[in-house]
Design a protein around this ligand. Structure first.
Ligand SMILES: [Fe+2]
Ligand SMILES: [Fe+2]
Length: 381
């Protein structure tokens, strides 16, 4: 919308709805430009309503202290995470856009900056090219380098065509300061759509739904498992391994697809390493688990919190409390992970509107005997 359009609005009566729609048009107009200056302007407007509630803890999350490395191990480093933004097209929903902007601004305010920012998947809600482009445009404003993982909401409209064009391969590995990091596509489903003659949108909406009895469970799949084995081949057992997977790499609750069907096989490939940490998205909640040598931490969503599954909650999970249904940001957030010389990681879950929860590596390493995280003290609903 041009300056002339804006000035022509002045002095005439406008309904609340019209004002809202005009403000929203300005908001998305500014988003299109998104150089650093316009981003800050748009972002600060987006947080205004949250700050006015008095509940926001702006940029309150900071890395926990980092030990000094010895020469044989990981050089300590931090990465921030943002996950599960579930962006709709801009004409449908701007609340989730505001939330992702807030997360980007939170992370950009960290001092020192993390080594990289990891996005945990479900950037889009219905895999639409416009949703994915909008997300990529917003994430470009991060100061630190970005690494991205795919979620099922990004994939099943066009089977990853747009996502790959924007972000590249859905599974890859990289070395970072002595740690070997692996990113998996853990949302591979067996074909349930061809026999049913589904359109791309029907397929996408089925995968996006819970409890529908139509879709299959997520897997990493034989092809990626073979790739993982060859990727890790020859690495000494004391190499710290960090794995990113969208769904949890264990079996938590099948009806909601909080589940990876071939998790046992993937865990078997990781079993010979002394320390493995798996970070996952998808569950939209504070979730902590350990199975043998593998430590698991879930990421928060910026869009909405899921309730805890009715069964199978890992014993190490310190629950984040039931969010306030009248506060759309409650239970949402982002976080920062600090990787130590032993390859294990502390995670600070930056729950917006609540005190951050720090889950230290000593808590999972001691199987919950030491350093139990302090749960949120705010009211639970
Ligand atoms: Fe999600
Ligand atoms: Fe997901």
């Amino acid at each position: 919308m041009g300056a002339d359009d804006k000035s022509s609005r002045r002095g005439r009566f406008r309904s609340v709805e019209t004002k809202h729609l005009e403000e929203r048009a300005d908001f998305f107009d500014a988003l299109k430009r998104l150089d650093r200056r316009s981003f800050l302007k748009v972002a600060s407007a987006a947080f205004g309503s949250v700050a006015a509630s008095g509940l926001v803890t702006p940029h309150s999350f900071q890395p926990v202290s980092i030990a000094h490395a010895d020469s044989k191990s990981v050089q300590p480093f931090t990465f921030a995470y943002i996950s599960d933004s579930h962006l709709y097209k801009r004409t449908v929903n701007d609340r989730f856009v505001n939330a992702l902007l807030r997360a980007v601004d939170d992370v950009n305010a960290l001092d020192p900056q993390p080594d990289f920012v990891f996005f945990g998947g479900d950037l889009a809600q219905l895999g639409q090219p416009e949703e994915l482009e909008l997300g990529a445009q917003i994430l470009k404003n991060l100061k630190a380098p970005l690494r991205v993982m795919v979620g099922e909401h990004d994939w099943y409209y066009d089977m990853g065509e747009k996502w790959r064009a924007l972000f590249g391969a859905p599974h890859y590995s990289f070395e970072h300061k002595g740690a070997h990091c692996v990113v998996l596509n853990s949302v591979v489903e067996k074909d349930f759509w061809t026999a049913r003659n589904m359109t791309p949108m029907e397929r996408m909406k089925t995968v996006a739904g819970l409890d529908n009895g139509v879709q299959n469970s997520f897997t990493v799949g034989a092809e990626q498992r073979a790739w993982l084995e060859s990727d890790l081949k020859g690495k000494p057992a004391n190499t710290p391994i960090i794995v990113f997977s969208h769904s949890p790499l264990y079996k938590l609750y099948k009806p909601w697809n909080f589940w990876t069907d071939d998790a046992d096989e993937v865990q078997a490939i990781l079993r010979r390493f002394q320390n493995v940490v798996v970070f996952h998205g998808h569950t939209h909640q504070v979730l902590t688990n350990r199975i043998g040598n593998i430590h698991f931490q879930g990421f928060l969503s910026t869009a909405w919190p899921w309730p805890y599954a009715p069964e199978g909650l890992p014993a190490l999970t310190v629950q984040m409390g039931r969010p306030d249904p009248f506060n759309p940001n409650d239970g949402c957030g982002n976080g920062i992970c600090s990787v130590h010389p032993d390859g294990l990681a502390d995670i600070v879950q930056n729950l917006w509107n609540r005190n951050p929860i720090t889950i230290s590596r000593t808590y999972t390493a001691s199987l919950g005997k030491k350093d139990k995280p302090e749960a949120s003290t705010r009211r639970s609903f």
